[in-house]
Design a protein around this ligand. Structure first.
Ligand SMILES: C[S@@+](CC[C@H](N)C(=O)[O-])C[C@H]1O[C@@H](n2cnc3c(N)ncnc32)[C@H](O)[C@@H]1O
Length: 365
């Protein structure tokens, strides 16, 4: 899709799904951080857009503001919003939408228009620091393509405590322009390395896709040192990748909440949405999760081992596409039906097939 030229444009189903995820996640994020010990938290929308779509649907900055407004009674922290939009006309549209809302005193909203994400971040960063550290931050990076979202800045944000990023990786556009000679520097900046060049000669479309995906994933994990990184693939019904969403965080709780948002995304928009972190194990987000896949995963991971229930949960959340709500039914069937699991030190009176005690040891056959 070519980047639209007008102030607003039509909302497509893929974007609607992305917004739904963002909204659910932000509601959880703001409450968790605000109820923590943080006096200030920061939401950055580096590619904010005009704040609404052609049909009046809210854009990402308004979704973030409204998520906070709807939960204002729970939010004791000062909540800072930095919205950046390169096109002044779109930034003005956004300003108008914001001025129509009554904001509580603990909301601090800055709209930077006619400038880039990088320039606006540099100009404002001191406002958002305490003892030279960035406030706990969620940065949403949602460009139309790859320019203006340098990996160096993403890395800078991610390496600060309690900061995380959510990046829309516009695969289709990136792939299309990869061999354009005038884009070399832009791609170097975007990936934070020139290793993307190794993907250019890959003629098999699936391998090329994986090459680019895996490079960005490893940059977030290894170069930016993020403890937990997951990628989510949005594809059309012909299984062609449209974009990936990369979420990187150092907090397991954040990952739990993001996965909750992903699993609840609406499936009705003519697209497929899956966890793509491990391309050999694409897991589709659907109403009824593929429990067989998780069961197989657990049996391989823990074969012959004795582990605490809590370790199983951490594995499920951190290493698989599944949620903390997905594995206990599987443990139950392994214990009660197939006999492949035994409880080692149950509390007196434990009901067979229940795994509420995180400290309980279980042994896999
Ligand atoms: C995909 S749209 C954003 C949509 C918005 N995040 C939403 O979900 O409603 C990308 C926006 O980024 C703006 N933009 C492009 N390059 C930029 C840059 N370097 N810094 C900030 N904004 C930029 C474009 O004008 C466009 O409005």
């Amino acid at each position: 899709m070519a980047a639209p030229r007008g102030i607003v444009w039509k909302l497509d189903p893929h974007t609607r799904a992305k917004h739904e995820i963002l909204k659910r996640y932000l509601q959880a994020w703001m409450i968790i951080l605000s109820q923590g010990s943080f006096p200030d938290i920061l939401y950055i929308d580096g590619f904010a857009g005009p704040g609404e779509y052609e049909g009046g649907e809210p854009g990402s900055p308004i979704i973030a503001l409204d998520a906070a407004l709807n939960h204002r009674s729970h939010l004791s922290a000062r909540i800072h919003f930095l919205f950046v939009e390169e096109k002044e006309s779109r930034a003005n549209h956004l300003r108008q939408l914001i001025s129509a809302r009554k904001l509580p005193d603990n909301f601090d909203v800055v709209v930077e228009g006619g400038t880039t994400f990088l320039a606006a971040f540099d100009r404002n960063v001191r406002r958002y620091q305490r003892s030279s550290r960035l406030f706990p931050t969620f940065a949403f990076i949602d460009p139309f393509g790859w320019t203006g979202a340098p990996f160096g800045l993403i890395k800078h944000i991610l390496t600060q405590p309690s900061c995380e990023v959510f990046v829309n990786f516009m695969y289709e556009e990136i792939n299309r322009f990869l061999s354009h000679r005038d884009q070399v520097q832009n791609f170097d900046d975007f990936f934070g390395t020139n290793a993307w060049k190794e993907c250019v000669d890959e003629t098999d479309p699936t391998k090329r896709n994986r090459c680019l995906h895996d490079l960005y994933l490893s940059q977030l994990r290894d170069a930016a040192n993020a403890k937990y990184v997951r990628s989510f693939e949005m594809s059309n019904m012909r299984d062609v990748t449209d974009y990936y969403l990369f979420y990187a965080t150092n907090k397991l709780l954040g990952l739990k909440k993001m996965k909750e948002a992903m699993w609840k995304a609406d499936e009705s928009g003519g697209f497929r949405f899956s966890d793509a972190t491990n391309p050999d194990q694409l897991i589709l987000f659907e109403k009824s999760p593929n429990y067989d896949a998780l069961r197989a995963n657990l049996l391989v991971e823990f074969a012959g081992r004795q582990v605490r229930v809590e370790e199983i949960e951490t594995f499920v959340v951190a290493q698989t596409a599944f949620r903390e709500t997905h594995y206990k039914g599987i443990l139950k069937s392994l214990e009660m039906e197939s006999g492949q699991l035994a409880a080692i030190n149950p509390v007196p009176g434990r009901k067979k097939g229940t795994f509420g005690d995180p400290e309980m040891l279980v042994r896999f056959a």
